[in-house]
Design a protein around this ligand. Structure first.
Ligand SMILES: [Zn+2]
Length: 434
């Protein structure tokens, strides 16, 4: 019977993928069988992703969630039981860190919202320590033997979060699930996963925590927003975390649909590093490498500074990497992008200080924390960046107590709106701290 753990917990599974014995067992343990499509006001929608299906003679399956396995119109699905009694434990949270006064206030607000099953937004500047703030909330849910999902739209953020959660809840079952993970789904009391994985669940979680709610691919993605709504139990609570919350959420705060905690200060009490702005009179590859950038690279090498360099696109990054190899062979670096299969390993190399620099697209703009680093954005005026992404990128710097004043440098040819607004907002946030 143990292998049922691979299915239980509000999973939506195609009957075609189940052998009949397992199916029978799942149905006897609170599972239900449904048709793969349903009719919603005259539109045929897929039961799993809740998106409309366009049926043609050639295509009778849902194209929206095809990545999670094909669901045909004529299929049947099993929704597995969620009535699970997790073991009672003596102590759940094992963390000896201390919360700042601001974090404590946020925690009180979060616990209060939890008590009232009230959805809540934590708007905290980058490096405010929002992850630590959710520890007491998770503990509270665990004490009530509830089930928790901690989600981010980004795989990298999940991978970073997972060991931190595991470390402070060492006796609780925790799983890490995303499209690139080798770990097969199994029932755990805490699941750390990408928002995308939520499509596979129905009414499964009591506490749903969505980190980086404004980030790609969640921003503006209807299917993922439906998944967030559908995967949580009706009696549960959803917490949204963001340093740059989207307008739609702030509107809900205004209309009192969700409550809000605001944290303007980083956990170490120092202000956010304000970017140094550098106008380039020529492109970054002028004379092979723009002399102003060369100057910065030479300082970096001389002082042995660890550096993250952000690029607007993969081609720009690749061409710059070639120049670096040619002109600065002594600089050890890796470069990563969304298309990079070795991304997680490369990030680890930088984390372990095996390379001095990491070249990256916006894929690492958020969720990752490194100590003592300089942050550089090349072509900060490019359309691939936005005010939000520049704020997030600048927020990678100064995160450690002993290097709160890490430098951030924006290089551009045109001082445009996104650069101006990002710098203005960082400076505004710093002024809010008394
Ligand atoms: Zn679908």
């Amino acid at each position: 019977m143990n292998n049922l753990n691979e299915y239980l917990g509000g999973r939506i599974i195609n009957v075609r993928d189940l052998d009949s014995d397992i199916q029978k067992n799942l149905l006897s343990q609170g599972g239900k069988k449904v048709k793969a499509t349903k009719n919603e006001a005259g539109t045929i929608v897929c039961y799993r992703c809740l998106m409309p299906i366009k049926i043609t003679t050639k295509c009778d399956y849902c194209r929206n969630c095809i990545n999670l396995g094909k669901i045909r119109r004529t299929d049947q699905l099993v929704i597995t039981g969620t009535d699970i009694l997790f073991p009672q434990q003596g102590q759940y949270l094992q963390w000896d860190g201390e919360l700042t006064a601001n974090q404590k206030k946020g925690v009180t607000e979060l616990l209060n919202a939890f008590k009232h099953h009230q959805d809540h937004l934590v708007w905290a500047v980058t490096g405010a320590g929002k992850t630590e703030m959710i520890f007491p909330l998770i503990e509270q849910a665990l004490k009530q033997r509830q089930r928790i999902a901690i989600c981010s739209p980004r795989v990298d953020v999940c991978v970073e979060l997972f060991p931190r959660i595991q470390k402070v809840f060492p006796t609780t079952s925790i799983g890490l699930f995303h499209g690139k993970s080798l770990e097969k789904y199994h029932l755990t009391q805490i699941a750390v996963m990408t928002v995308h994985q939520l499509i596979r669940f129905e009414r499964a979680f009591d506490l749903l925590i969505i980190d980086e709610v404004d980030s790609y691919p969640l921003a503006g993605n209807l299917m993922l927003h439906k998944a967030i709504k559908k995967s949580r139990k009706k009696t549960g609570m959803t917490v949204f975390l963001s340093a740059t919350p989207p307008k739609q959420l702030l509107k809900k705060v205004k209309s009192k649909q969700i409550t809000l905690s605001q944290l303007y200060q980083r956990f170490h009490g120092h202000p956010l590093p304000e970017p140094h702005c550098h106008l380039l009179f020529k492109k970054i590859d002028f004379l092979n490498l723009n002399p102003r950038i060369r100057l910065k690279l030479e300082q970096i090498l001389k002082n042995n500074v660890r550096v993250m360099i952000f690029f607007p696109s993969i081609p720009v990054m690749r061409s710059f990497a070639k120049k670096l190899e040619k002109f600065y062979p002594q600089l050890s670096f890796v470069s990563v992008s969304s298309q990079d299969k070795q991304r997680l390993e490369k990030v680890q190399l930088f984390r372990e200080r095996k390379v001095q620099a990491i070249l990256t697209t916006t894929i690492l703009e958020r969720g990752v924390t490194f100590k003592k680093i300089m942050v550089i954005v090349l072509n900060a005026d490019a359309k691939e960046f936005s005010k939000t992404s520049l704020i997030q990128i600048a927020g990678r710097a100064g995160r450690a107590k002993d290097s709160f004043d890490d430098e951030v440098h924006f290089y551009y040819q045109y001082y445009n709106q996104q650069i101006r607004l990002a710098c203005a907002e960082i400076s505004y946030l710093n002024r809010q701290v008394k």
